[in-house]
Design a binder for this molecule. Structure first.
Ligand code: OAD
Length: 248
């Protein structure tokens, strides 16, 4: 994409090294071959029921089924690896004086793509914690078949350290995300359908604080009409073009 195709409001903000926040969703990992959630036909929630796989009740009912699903997703992520969108976010973070990456994704691919500081709103599926709440938390890259692992501290089952439906977001992450929105002069919203709250409310907070908000998504979203610009296309190409315009 040529420089002229990027909106002036975005180019100006980059040129003056404006405080920036990037909010990302499943679409930034789509080019790694990882399905999004809500797209018709291909989205995970078109093929699987969240009630069977992504609630505490589902885990209590059938831990093996839930664990196997997360294990399958770990394999997809490990095979896909980071793509140009993740690398471009990391590049923006290294070029700009202040650039906070906030993600709804649990795949860890921003970090794998070189990002240093990532606010994870929905957890990370490479971490697992005690389902009984004893406080044990560990990182694991294991995706071998077998029953869900047990907590080495108290013997209860471990669960993925992700936010399931009906659960609250980690307070520290939400606070950090809101603070980043309030500080940002430029907010890029990439690859999210902007339908799941509270994450979907973050750009709104940024708008109220006077930020320029630019969406990157091949499809319109409920946010599109309320912000300064919507760039229609894949996150890999568009974020790379944006990173290219940031000061070195
Ligand atoms: P969705 O599946 O709701 O939306 C993905 C968005 O990515 C859509 O708007 C697509 O148009 C867009 N998209 C697809 N390919 C793209 C590409 N190559 N480049 C840029 N955009 C692309 O995913 P999220 O908004 O992330 O929650 O979903 C939010 C939350 O809902 C997830 O974090 C998950 C889910 O239930 C939890 O797991 C707690």
């Amino acid at each position: 994409m040529s420089q002229t195709a990027l909106p002036r409001i975005l180019l100006d903000a980059l040129a003056r090294d404006a405080a920036t926040a990037i909010l990302t969703g499943a679409g930034v990992s789509a080019e790694s071959g990882i399905p999004t959630f809500r797209e018709a036909q291909t989205g995970l929630w078109a093929r699987f029921s969240p009630q069977d796989l992504a609630t505490p009740e589902a885990y209590a009912r059938d831990p093996q089924r839930v664990w196997d699903w997360y294990r399958w997703r770990r394999k997809l992520i490990a095979n896909g690896g980071p793509n140009d969108a993740h690398r471009a976010c990391a590049e923006l973070q290294s070029r700009l004086s202040e650039c906070r990456i906030i993600t709804e994704n649990v795949d860890g691919l921003h970090q794998a793509g070189g990002a240093g500081d990532v606010v994870e709103l929905h957890g990370n599926l490479w971490r697992q914690r005690c389902a009984a709440g004893c406080g044990h938390l560990e990182t694991s890259e294991d995706f071998a078949d077998g029953p869900p692992p047990t907590c080495p501290t108290c013997g209860a089952a471990l669960r993925p350290d992700v936010v399931w439906f009906g659960e609250a977001l980690p307070e520290q992450a939400l606070t950090a995300a809101l603070a980043a929105m309030e500080r940002a002069e430029l907010v890029l919203v990439a690859g999210t359908s902007s339908m799941v709250y509270p994450a979907a409310g973050l750009p709104e907070a940024a708008l109220q604080h006077g930020a320029s908000v630019v969406e990157i998504n091949p499809e319109p979203t409920p946010l599109s009409d309320r912000i300064h610009a919507s760039l229609r296309g894949g996150a890999g190409t568009l974020l790379a073009a944006i990173a290219e315009q940031a000061p070195r």
